[in-house]
Design a protein around this ligand. Structure first.
Ligand code: MF3
Ligand code: CO
Ligand code: CO
Length: 270
């Protein structure tokens, strides 16, 4: 397919896909979500995050897909696993999960050339009240961002929906990382900010494909990247959570490509 024009770029440099392209995105998104569903039984105290990554990579290959992250800018793993105060891009390692740890697992697959990118929160063992509250607020922030997606609205409307909800619950929105366009490439225009003002930013149009992936902190929004050049943590060591969906804009709203087939997107859902 490479070399064949996929849709066209609009005035803001954002790719507008055709209706026929939604099918490939649904298949890729569904696979990524299925992998996160099937992984849930393995997320228990005592398991190494590298073992979770090996299971993920095997599931990607068994499905006839390719991991988008292995080899991406020198990254070597099929997932990012971000525990507690790690905001994103946690590297799978021999570190073992401990009872009460909360973690985000982020998987991106390429299936028939289409990218499916999703992440969600898990808990190893018992979920604390404080962590559950953060996870609920983060999940609701994502869903409010998605509810703002329809032609005529802007990317600022999405960011505002996320930020106003999170901040009204005394949480903060990470500014240093954002969502992104995707489709037949991993990261493309636009940057999808998780904060903003109503009416700001490019207008949404049917056929845009992008992720929304808010990172929400219990403390302050500032992050720093560790010496491994990947792991981003909260500067104040406060707990951080994230959920990510890949979506496509339709004539009257959007379709979520990465819905959980088992209805397990949130860790407290059976
Ligand atoms: N999946 C991440 C995202 O949501 C990107 C991970 S890139 C990696 O955009 F190299 F860190 F894996
Ligand atoms: Co993403
Ligand atoms: Co991701």
């Amino acid at each position: 397919m490479e070399g064949i024009t996929i849709g066209h770029l609009n005035r803001d440099g954002i790719r507008i896909h055709e209706r026929s392209h939604f099918e490939g995105m649904h298949a890729a998104g569904r696979l990524a979500a299925q992998i996160l569903d099937d992984l849930a039984v393995h997320v228990v105290p005592g398991i190494e995050t590298a073992e979770l990554d090996r299971i993920i990579h095997q599931m990607v290959k068994d499905a006839g897909a390719v991991s988008a992250t292995v080899g991406y800018k020198g990254y070597k793993h099929a997932s990012c696993i971000s525990i507690n105060h790690v905001v994103c891009h946690g590297i799978p390692s021999d570190k073992k999960l401990r009872d009460g740890d909360i973690l985000n697992i982020d998987v991106t697959v390429v299936l028939d050339g289409w990218y499916g990118d999703t992440s969600r929160m898990y808990v190893a063992g018992k979920l604390s009240r404080k962590a559950e509250r953060l996870i609920d607020i983060t999940h609701e922030s994502l869903m409010r961002g998605i509810a703002a997606v329809k032609p005529g609205n802007t990317f600022g409307d999405i960011g505002h929906a996320i930020q106003s909800y999170a901040e009204s619950h005394r949480c903060s929105v990470v500014r240093d990382f954002c969502g992104h366009g995707l489709g037949r490439v991993f990261h493309s225009a636009p940057n999808v900010l998780h904060y903003g003002r109503p009416g700001d930013g490019p207008k949404l149009e049917a056929g845009m494909f992008f992720t929304i992936e808010p990172m929400i902190n219990l403390g302050r929004p500032e992050t720093k990247v560790l010496a491994d050049d990947w792991t981003a943590v909260t500067k104040d060591k406060s707990l951080s959570a994230q959920f990510e969906h890949s979506i496509g804009v339709t004539d009257d709203g959007c379709e979520i490509f990465t819905l959980s087939p088992a209805g397990r997107f949130h860790p407290t859902w059976a």
